[in-house]
Ligand binder design. Structure first.
Ligand code: NAD
Length: 264
């Protein structure tokens, strides 16, 4: 299985730094032999992302802000020019105003609700619209979600609502694109300390809680998510679509605090 993704070309969106989940997925895909293109959100991210791209031999490194349709069009136009065809896309993008990832969900503002849903949910559909045209030989689209879509998690608030809509989008997109051999799935990752996660109130408590209560008694790494992503992105996942796959050390099956969990 070493070269499971040899001959496959994929776009990874959402690398901010070497702690990003998108980076764990990028490394695992590169190890499996895939050729990669990366997008970064804006100039501020470029100087971090370029050296990472070099590490995995990715020659295509492009800016792309998903709230700007012209910037999305430009990134996919470059892919069409350079590659002509695309096998997979990783969508590892989310945003909400930090001040609303704290306190109560009921206090969410209309403006931040719209922005959160646009960046964290609609963008997957915007990406799928453009990827579809290049996936002439079938393909695999993968996004990242969190348990806060299914159950109320403290401080996750409007992001939980956005992730619930994202998970529903995965199913609708899978139904639309299946006829073309394009699969659409999500990984529901356990908590990982990343830039985005640092915006969530009391994140350290969530990490500890997961470590003490998940069946595997640890939290996941970006490498763990990367290996599971290779399964969904490669032909080994060829009959899997519309799925939300938990990569969370089993946390989602637990109904109660573990008896051996220390107080935190
Ligand atoms: P991260 O900060 O490394 O990545 C988030 C990325 O989103 C960044 O690269 C950022 O540039 C990008 N982004 C934000 N707004 C954008 C925009 N307008 N246009 C383009 N890109 C934009 O953090 P991460 O934790 O690796 O997040 C990746 C995904 O994983 C997110 O969807 C997140 O919700 C999800 N996730 C994270 C965790 C966790 O605990 N860290 C758990 C489950 C799911």
């Amino acid at each position: 299985g070493q070269q499971l993704m040899a001959g496959k070309r994929g776009l990874v969106m959402g690398v901010a730094n070497n702690r990003s989940i998108a980076w764990g997925i990028t490394k695992a895909c590169a190890d499996a032999g895939a050729e990669l293109a990366l997008t970064y959100q804006g100039e501020a991210m470029e100087k971090r992302v370029r050296p990472l791209a070099e590490e995995v031999g990715a020659k295509l490194v492009m800016p792309c802000d998903v709230t700007d349709s012209a910037s999305l069009d430009a990134a996919f136009a470059t892919l069409r020019e350079q590659w002509g065809q695309l096998d997979f896309v990783v969508h590892a993008i989310a945003f909400s105003d930090k001040s609303e990832l704290d306190g109560r969900y009921v206090d969410t503002s209309e403006e931040n609700f719209k922005q959160t849903l646009l960046v964290s949910c609609y963008s997957l559909t915007a990406v799928a619209q453009r990827a579809e045209k290049l996936m002439t030989d079938g393909g695999s689209i993968l996004t990242l979600t969190y348990y806060g879509a299914e159950k109320v998690m403290p401080h996750y608030n409007v992001m939980g609502v956005a992730k619930a809509a994202l998970e529903a989008s995965v199913k609708y997109l899978a139904a639309d694109l299946g006829k073309e051999g394009i699969r659409v799935n999500a990984i529901s990752a356990g908590p990982i300390k990343t830039l985005a996660a640092s915006g969530i109130g009391d994140f350290r408590y969530i990490l500890k809680w997961n470590e003490y209560n998940a069946p595997l008694r640890r939290t996941v790494t970006i490498e763990d998510v990367g290996y599971s992503a290779v399964y969904l992105l490669s032909d080994w996942g060829r009959s899997v679509t519309g799925e939300v796959h938990h990569v969370d050390c089993g946390y989602h099956v637990v109904g109660m605090k573990a008896e051996d969990a220390p107080d935190i």
